[in-house]
Design a protein around this ligand. Sequence first.
Ligand code: EPU
Length: 433
Amino acid sequence: MDRFLIHGPATLRGRVRASGAKNAALPALAACLLAGEPVALTRVPRVRDIGTMRKLLDHLGVASEERGDALVFHPGTPAEENGEAPYELVKTMRASVLSLGPLTARWGRARVSLPGGCAIGVRPIDQHLAGLEALGADIHVAGGYVEARAPRSGSGAGAARRLRGGRFRFAMPTVTGTENLLMAAVLADGTTVLENCAREPEVGDLARLLSAMGARIEGAGTETITVHGVPELGGARHEVIPDRIEGGTYLVGAALTGGDVTLEDAEPADLAPLLEKLAEVGATVEVSGRSIRVAGTGELRSADVATAPHPGFPTDLQAQYLALMTRATGVATVSETVFENRFQHVPELARLGAVIEVAGPVARVHGPTELAGAHVMATDLRASACLVLAGLAAHGETTIHRIYHLDRGYERMEGKLHDLGATVERVRGPMPD
Ligand code: EPU
C-alpha cells in the first residue's frame, strides 16, 4: 500500500488549479447509460473512483476512450447477462449505486449490488428505492442485490418496460438519491415532481448535462425539481464543474500553514460556506472572478461549525476544518449532522498532538497545539486529506499510511502540493486486497 512521507512544517504558497469535481463526474458518467449517442466529458478528474466507474460502465455496455482532453462514452446495449452492477465493483465504490436509476429508466430493469455501510456511517439507500417505486418500479432486495423493474408500458409480453412520472418527497436531502431519481425521471412517461431534493452544485451540474442531452428539467439546484419525461436522449459535450472540496482542501491548507494560495478556475459561490469561515477565523480571503486567494495572517481564532446539506458547511470539509482548528486559539465546537460516524480522523490527529474530545456527533478542539510528525492511518477519503494538512503543519516527518483512500478522489495531490512548495513523497507499496 502506498504511503505519503511529509516533511513539515511547510508553508503552502502559489497557484493551484481545481480539478473537475469527482462527485459531479461520477453521476455524469452514470448519465452516459441514458445516452443514445456519444457523450464527451471534459475536466473529468483522473482519480481511482472514475476508473472504477468506467469499468462499471464498460461492464454495462458503455465503452469509453480518451480523446484529446475529453473522455468519450459510446452507448451500447447491455448484454442480458451483463445488465447488472456486480458486488466486486460496487464494494469498492458506493457511487456505483448511481447506475440504478439510469439502467431502470433506459432498459426497464437493473440489478445492482447493495452498497452496504462504510467507514463514515451506515448510509442506507432506502430513499433511492422508495423514489423509484414512486415512478412505478417494482423493487426486490435479495441476495445482497437490488432488482428494479419498470412497469410494462403496453399490453402483451413484448411491451417495453418504462417508468412513469410521479411525485416523490425525499425524507432527507440526499445527493446521490436526488441524482439517481433525476436520471430515472428523464426517460419516464409523463411528469415527475421531486421534493426536498439535495441542492448541491453537483446536482445542478448533472441537470445541465442531462438537459444538453435533451432532457426537460426545471428547478435543479432548488428543493423542488420537475422533470418532463422524453422518449430518448441524444449525446452531448459537457465540462464538469470544479471540485469545491479538493479546492477547499488547498485553501484550508493555506490558512493552516500561514501560507498564501490562489485557487484558479474555481467556482467561488460553491465555496461560500468555507470562505466565510476562513475569514471568520482570521485568514485573508479575496475573490476575483474565478480565482480565490487565501492567506494566513499568523493568528488563527477558533470558530464553531455545524455541517449541513448545501448551502450549509459541507461534511466533506469537516475533517480538514478540524485540522485547521488544532492551530486556532480557543475551543472550537465542530458538529457533524450529515453522517453518524465521521470523526475517525480524530484519534489519528491526536497522534500528531491535537487535543480533541468527541461526544457523539460533536468534536471540541482545544487550540492552539504544536503538531509533531508521527505515523498515522488514513481511514476514508476526507479524513486522509485532513491528515495530509495536519502533516504539513506538523514539525518533523509524518507518514500517512493507506493513502489509496486519497487516490480515490484527489488528482495528483502530491504533485499539486509540490507545486505549492511542500515536500510530500509517495512511497510505493502493494495495493490491499
Ligand atoms: N441517507 C439515507 N437514506 C438514503 C440516502 C441517504 O438515510 O436513501 C442519509 C445518509 O445516510 C446520510 C444523509 O442521508 O446520513 C446524506 O447522505 P447523501 O445521500 O446525501 O450522501 P451520498 O449521496 O451517499 C454524497 C457524496 C459524499 C458526500 C455526501 C454528502 C457522492 C458520490 N458522494 O454521498 O461524498 O459526503 O453526498 O454531501 O456524491 C466524499 O466525496 O468523500 C463523499 C463521501
